[in-house]
Write a protein that binds this ligand. Structure first.
Ligand code: NAG
Length: 520
């Protein structure tokens, strides 16, 4: 600290420090604990964070850095464009707005978020790194958030623990979701997959032209692992399949999401027409339709998608705007690309939790969860599953075959036993089976694939659900970022408690992920 600073009062000292850092040229850490780094877009000033268990290990944190031009106006429904550079030093101490989405997400997401603000101008990223020297060459982990490609936020908690404990650079970011991210007319007027293009391809979110950016934050652009959970895991699967993403990352981790967990929609135009009609746009030709939709307020899309979901859910569909075969990002269904050995040659770690439908989804979907499920309801749910996956097949025989597999022979008619079988059937169809399928396909063509099953749920969650529930969907989201070693609050206050076991498993999981990023 400069000696003259001792003579000024605290608030002005802060101002002075800020002023000093803004005139310091792009250096790593100017000695005031206020790091300034150069990026392709300009300089950014971050903050320094610490985990609770490593008080001497700074993690330099930069939030809300634009990585693409705001995807608004004429840029809506188009591939991301480069961000405009800025003058001077940009404040990177706060997370940018989330992408527009159903506000229900903010009432549902269990941990306290930095804020609840959304804006279509949402393509920003955050970086956490323990080193700032250009030659540090640390492994880089790029987190792709979940939320069905329709809700969710990039920076939902700091990844400070993973960064500090594993000496890795962690990048989190928002990508376009819902109709704004995946609307498709099935032709060149709105090819779709815009959210996937945001994730790794273009404009410097750590990859591609962002190579320079990774280097300036201590990362090695040739040692990038993309990782994500749920729809983030599915996104990773699609990125592994896409020829446009070739060479942009070396390793990949899918936590609870194969490609088929959010399968491609073979008929995007039908959904496009439904949305356009709902929003009062003419649907006779797709160019005019897209033109009209570009003029609608961004906040009109999520409610319209919600209205579509009401109808789609009755047919077993969970997603209104899933990925599409657009001929560029995705030249064919990802499974065809895998079978033809056209996947990107990366090390791939993928897996799922052992009870993906154990609690969160099922207790929400099934009224009277505590009392179990009737045979009729189970058969109806199996019928929906089969109808969605095999619309042309012999549904009666498939349902009967499934009921044979998903049966508790000792208590075939017990409602609790039936409910349990439902949780296994649905967990398998949405998460485990798509994951195993991808692993088998890639192993079959000689790719380096590692498959895991996660059995550990954090104690504050397992304490509040029945004993028969195993590791539920998203349990790993508390563990992998290392929440046990930072202060994370419940949505409406109260510190989330973590047990000794939670901490031990967290250290192990972070080491597994860190080692994979380092060595494959
Ligand atoms: C976000 O919204 C939810 C739901 O209304 C609320 O419970 C939560 O406190 C809000 N969080 C913040 C940071 O404002």
């Amino acid at each position: 600290m400069p000696s003259e600073a001792h003579t000024v009062a605290a608030p002005s000292l802060l101002l002075l420090l800020l002023h000093l850092s803004s005139v310091v040229p792009a250096t790593a850490d100017n000695g005031e604990g206020v790091p300034v780094v150069s990026t392709a877009g300009g300089k950014v000033r971050g903050t320094v964070q610490y985990t609770n268990d490593l008080p001497n290990k700074p993690v330099y944190t930069f939030k809300g850095i634009p990585y693409a031009a705001p995807p608004v106006g004429d840029l809506r429904f188009r591939a991301p464009q480069p961000a405009a550079p800025w003058e001077g030093v940009r404040d990177a101490s706060a997370v940018g707005p989330h992408c527009p989405q159903d506000p229900g997400f903010f009432a549902f997401w269990p941990t306290k978020l930095p804020h609840n603000d959304t804006d279509e101008d949402c393509l920003t990223l955050s970086v956490e790194t323990p080193r700032l020297e250009k030659d540090a060459k640390l492994p880089v982990l790029l987190w792709i958030h979940g939320g069905g490609l329709s809700v969710g936020v990039g920076y939902f908690v700091p990844f400070t623990s993973l960064s500090a404990h594993q000496d890795v650079v962690v990048v989190t970011f928002n990508y376009r979701i819902g109709a704004l991210g995946f609307f498709s007319t099935g032709d060149e007027n709105a090819p779709g997959n815009f959210g996937f293009l945001d994730q790794v391809r273009d404009s410097g979110n750590g990859l591609g032209p962002g190579e320079q950016m990774i280097r300036n934050f201590g990362g090695d652009p040739d040692l990038v692992t993309i990782f994500g959970e749920s729809a983030g895991g599915s996104s990773v699967c699609y990125q592994v399949a896409s020829p446009l993403s070739k060479g942009l990352f070396q390793r990949a981790i899918s936590q609870s999401g194969g490609c088929q967990s959010i399968d491609v929609n073979p008929k995007p135009l039908e959904r496009a027409v439904t949305l356009a009609e709902d929003l009062g746009c003419d649907v006779k030709d797709t160019a005019a339709m897209v033109d009209c939709l570009r003029k609608k307020p961004a906040d009109d899309f999520a409610p319209a998608v919600q209205r579509m979901i009401m109808t789609l859910a009755a047919q077993g569909h969970m997603f209104a705007f899933p990925p599409v075969v657009d001929g560029a990002f995705l030249p064919a269904h990802p499974h065809e690309l895998f079978d033809a050995n056209q996947a990107n040659p990366v090390d791939y770690l993928l897996g799922a939790n052992n009870h993906e439908y154990g609690y969160i989804f099922t207790s929400y979907m099934v009224p009277g969860y505590e009392q179990g499920m009737t045979e009729d309801t189970f058969v109806m749910m199996l019928r929906m599953l089969v109808g969605r996956l095999y619309p042309g097949g012999n549904q009666d025989s498939m349902v009967a075959a499934l009921r044979q597999v998903y049966r508790d022979d000792e208590n075939p008619d017990d409602p609790m036993a039936i409910l349990k079988q439902f949780t296994f059937a649905y967990g398998d169809q949405w998460y485990m089976a798509p994951t195993v399928l991808v692993a088998n396909k890639l192993a079959g063509v000689g790719q380096r694939v590692y498959l895991y099953e996660n059995q550990y749920g954090p104690s504050h969650l397992t304490a509040n659900r029945p004993d028969w529930v195993g590791c539920d969907h998203a349990d790993d989201v508390y563990i992998v970022p290392g929440m046990a070693f930072i202060d994370v609050f419940f949505r409406d206050g109260g510190l989330i408690p973590f047990s000794t076991d939670d901490k031990k498993v967290t250290l192990d999981m972070m080491a597994f992920w860190g080692n994979f990023a380092r060595t494959g």
